[in-house]
Design a protein around this ligand. Structure first.
Ligand SMILES: Nc1nc2c(ncn2[C@@H]2O[C@H](COP(=O)(O)OP(=O)(O)OP(=O)(O)O)[C@@H](O)[C@H]2O)c(=O)[nH]1
Ligand SMILES: [Mg+2]
Length: 457
């Protein structure tokens, strides 16, 4: 018998309502102890208002809405009781403590979902989708997670798995009944089937670039020498006065990181300390951090000041980003001399092939163009928001491995290798596809996957 587990299903902290969830055989017994009833008289799927009492002191803790979901018609497939208390951290703590004293134990991260999986209520890809939905940073990422949660991924994999099984059956029976090789016509059919399966898998895995972008987004580092307007641009992009801006060079010391969404893509925007040689201890630590951020960012935006001549420091910074994804931005165009564009453009043209984007962080001139250029190097080409996208690296890796196995088997078939050898790759591919939905997932794989879930889910 699985232990009855309890957890707060809503966030820690003050809120209108806080929901505590129990799952397991003793859920009703524990809820009854809280309600102060001997004979639990909870009607399934009906929310009823009760006074919750401390069974030891008899004191009333709160009045709460209690809903019972009888096994197997619950999220986990077990008896589940949801207790909606007032969202006071003190009350919620006390109610959880009573549940623990009455025999429940605290749920591990993702344990409710793990039980739902174990009881066949959802498959692994669907469980992961719930986690992704909760973690989603944009509406587009949420939409994708909902599609996966509703089984769209599994539904797309099913015909592929079926086709693969058909091929395996043909080859297996050839092994058993036929003395010689597969007849020519059948070998052709098997080969065409394998190519079809491999293509279908590759079509799905090709959506990963767009899926990953929508889910994880990109990190963008704003760098440049002091005073060029990094923090001003940071603020303009965010639409708020987040960073301190002054005319003093070396204003930003610590780096700032904020979230921004451009065309459904979550962006982690980083403002950094201006890069220069400095004897100031604090500033030099900031400069050190800026260099590290530059190395880690998905795209580096180098900003130069168009209102003055480029300095050696600017040129050095531009040289240092040559081999990483970057943009060069000339700021302060509102006060730049008329020949600035030509002068800076010529100098930068010698250093890098990337084109110069001319903006003003003060007036916002061409900042929209800059935004589009930020995401352009990562955009997968076709419209990313239509159709189902693979967004999880675990799924992607399994798809890639599955199609590689099938490709390998096709080669073996072409060299007239034995059916046994051809079959090995097909069985491997089947196992990899099964690991996406959890049909062929081992216990420690599940432990690893579910450790990425939050508690109470
Ligand atoms: N006219 C004009 N002034 C700007 C523009 N962008 C920034 N400035 C001014 O330039 C000065 C420096 O701006 P910051 O945004 O603090 O520059 P920074 O690159 O963050 O500087 P550090 O943090 O010292 O490295 C401030 O006085 C800004 O008002 C612009 O587009 N046009
Ligand atoms: Mg700054």
């Amino acid at each position: 018998m699985a232990a009855t587990i309890v957890a707060l299903a809503t966030p820690q902290g003050r809120s209108g309502i806080g929901v505590i969830r129990l799952s397991g055989d003793d859920s009703v017994k524990i809820a009854a102890a809280l309600i102060g009833l001997n004979e639990p008289d909870l009607t399934p799927r009906q929310a009823s208002l009760y006074n919750l009492k401390d069974p030891v002191t008899g004191e009333t803790l709160d009045s709460a809405l209690v809903t019972y979901f009888r096994a197997p018609n619950s999220f986990t497939g077990e008896d589940v009781v949801e207790i909606s208390c007032h969202g006071s951290p003190v009350i919620l703590r006390e109610v959880v403590d009573v549940c623990l004293a009455e025999g429940a134990r605290l749920a591990e991260p993702g344990e409710f979902s793990l039980r739902a999986l174990g009881n066949g209520r959802i498959n692994l890809a669907e469980a992961e989708a719930i986690r992704d939905l909760i973690d989603s940073q944009t509406a587009a990422a949420a939409r994708q997670a909902v599609r996966q949660m509703h089984g769209e991924f599994s539904a797309r994999l099913q015909p592929i798995t079926d086709a693969l099984l058909d091929i395996i059956v043909i080859l297996e029976s050839a092994l058993e009944f036929v003395e010689d090789d597969l007849p020519e016509a059948q070998a052709d059919k098997v080969r065409a089937g394998m190519v079809g399966v491999s293509d279908a898998i590759r079509r799905i895995s090709a959506t990963f670039k767009a899926g990953k972008l929508i889910r994880e987004g990109i990190s963008v580092a704003l760098v440049g020498r002091p005073n060029v307007g990094k923090s001003s641009l940071f603020n303009y992009l965010l639409g708020s006065d987040r960073a301190i801006v002054t005319e003093i060079a070396g204003t930003t010391r610590d780096q700032l990181r904020e979230r921004l969404v451009v065309n459904d893509i979550p962006i982690s925007l980083i403002d950094t300390a201006g890069l220069r040689e400095t004897v100031d201890t604090v500033e030099s630590i900031g400069v050190e951090r800026s260099r590290k951020t530059m190395a880690d960012a998905d795209i580096v935006v180098v900003i130069v000041d168009a209102s003055v001549d480029l300095e050696n420091e600017d040129i050095e910074i531009i040289r240092s980003v040559k081999d990483v994804t970057h943009l060069i931005v000339a700021n302060k165009m509102d006060i730049a001399p008329v020949d600035a564009t030509r002068k800076i453009g010529a100098l930068i043209g010698e250093l890098t092939k990337s084109e110069l984007i001319l903006i003003s962080a003060k007036t916002g001139h061409s900042v929209d163009l800059l935004k589009r250029n930020l995401i352009a190097p990562f955009s997968p080409g076709e419209a990313p928001s239509t159709g189902f996208l693979v967004s999880d690296a675990r799924h992607y890796n399994l798809l890639v491995r599955a199609s590689a196995e099938i490709e390998n088997s096709i080669e073996l078939l072409d060299t007239r290798a034995s059916e046994e050898l051809t079959l090995i790759g097909l069985h491997n591919a089947l196992r990899y596809l099964g690991q996406i939905t959890g049909e062929s997932t081992t216990e420690d794989m599940l432990t690893r996957i579910f450790s990425t879930f939050c508690i109470g889910k």
